[in-house]
Design a protein around this ligand. Sequence first.
Ligand code: OAD
Length: 273
Amino acid sequence: MTGAGISVAAGIPDFRTPGTGLYDNLQKYNLPHPTAIFEIDYLKTTPEPFFVLAKEMYPGNFKPTRCHYFIKLLHEKGVLLRNFTQNIDTLERVANIPAEKLVEAHGSFAEAHCINCHQEADKEWIKGEIFSNKVPRCSSCGGITKPDIVFFGEGLPKRFFELMSQDFPKCDLLLVIGTSLQVQPFASLIHHVGLTTPRLLINNEIVGNTDLQMVMRGFTQGFRFDMDGNYRDVKQIGDLQQSIDMLASLLGWKDDLDALIAKESNTNNNAKY
Ligand code: OAD
């Protein structure tokens, strides 16, 4: 399970880190509240802010990080069941993690549809509209057409729910990397692995922890770091790119990771987006 933290080293800010996160830096858009920029009802009345931001965020200018390539390495070693990502930057695809190994839970810029009649829009056309500072309008009904990023108020892709039920019971080690686990239903995926499956959080801060107050109210579902009876939750707190290097070294795969990055950086021309 991955989130925006894994792309910070690529130069893409995350959402919620105080000061540097996107939600602390949207003043110029005069939003009623920061998350409005990704709310479907707000888009219907005030689409301009999202499309200005979309131009800044558009994939193509960013390169995958060591963490993206570590996930690719897990695939090459035959141990990646799936990468459930919340990221919309498509850096997993740029790192050549095969599409069938990915669940882009919050969608991506790869396709676009009209929010009224759902007509599919041509990828190059919508990119052109966004880069010409226009709000893209559907050629059939005139509705707002946006990249298939999942907004607050929209459902997650069918693939998310299908593969959630299929994959999580099979998972024998859950890695949770670079996410604040604040957004549902993604955050609750950590509960879907079996009760004996170890769960490793690699992040700057502890997230998703069950606190004593929650336990007293009968909620025992989160991580159980530093709690009595924790037999499977492990955390590595600190810069995640360094943590990934440490993990690769412990696995004896540091040279493989370096070789993969060298190979991919030479061949990678970002052509997928
Ligand atoms: P957040 O910004 O909420 O969380 C990112 C997490 O990564 C935080 O816990 C940071 O502390 C951590 N982090 C950042 N840089 C790090 C580093 N170098 N090393 C270690 N940890 C680091 O991002 P997400 O959890 O991905 O929705 O956010 C979930 C969703 O909220 C996003 O998918 C987005 C947003 O609204 C959509 O775009 C639809």
